[in-house]
Design a binder for this molecule. Structure first.
Ligand code: URA
Length: 186
């Protein structure tokens, strides 16, 4: 049931021409994972490898995300992973506001299907569009925000962790909080 609903969203995404990113994409990246999961991870947008494969977080940042998941006993079969925009921004630039706004209805549909208890925003872009426009990732990461009957938290994007190892300690604290929250609801 949920799978069929999610497939329908994927079909709509695959033919979307709602913003300029459709002109430069090779593949749309709708997201993937367990539609019955209690937890949804949201990144920024597909990179080069994701654009090539049509799957989220399959490049270097994805390998680190897999390790972050494993560190708290999760893997891709237990979570759902999506992005703010479903098409790769050229040169991996941050999505423009109008691109994000054009794409957000797809993520809202995915949220409505999954009905997660927890949303993890990976990086500033996801946090900005899903938690608060004025959020600052270094200041506000690791805090819980209750919205729409769901607990939202922001942590560093795995790409940021690859660039700056010093951030890993904080990210680990965030992952532990996420594990504790999951334990509390299951
Ligand atoms: N970075 C993202 O934000 N999302 C992906 O899917 C890959 C890299």
């Amino acid at each position: 049931m949920k799978e069929e609903q999610m497939n329908a969203v994927g079909t709509a995404i695959s033919v979307c021409e709602g913003c300029r990113l459709c002109r430069t994409r090779n593949n749309t990246v709708m997201g993937e994972g367990n539609v019955n999961s209690r937890i949804l991870f949201v990144g920024e947008g597909p990179g080069q490898e994701e654009d090539k494969q049509g799957r989220p977080f399959v490049g270097p940042a994805g390998q680190l995300l897999d390790k972050m998941l494993l560190s708290i006993g999760l893997d891709r079969s237990k979570v759902y992973i999506a992005n703010i925009v479903k098409c790769r921004p050229p040169q991996n630039r941050v999505p423009e506001e109008d691109e994000a706004e054009a794409c957000l209805p797809f993520l809202r549909k995915q949220f409505a299907i999954i009905k997660p208890d927890i949303v993890v925003c990976l990086g500033a872009t996801a946090a900005r569009y899903l938690i608060d426009r004025n959020i600052r990732i270094t200041r506000d990461r690791g805090n819980w925000y209750e919205k729409k009957g769901c607990s939202f938290i922001a942590t560093f994007h795995p790409s940021a962790l690859l660039r700056d190892q010093d951030k890993k300690k904080d990210a680990w604290e965030d992952m532990k909080k996420i594990r504790e929250k999951l334990d509390g609801i299951q």
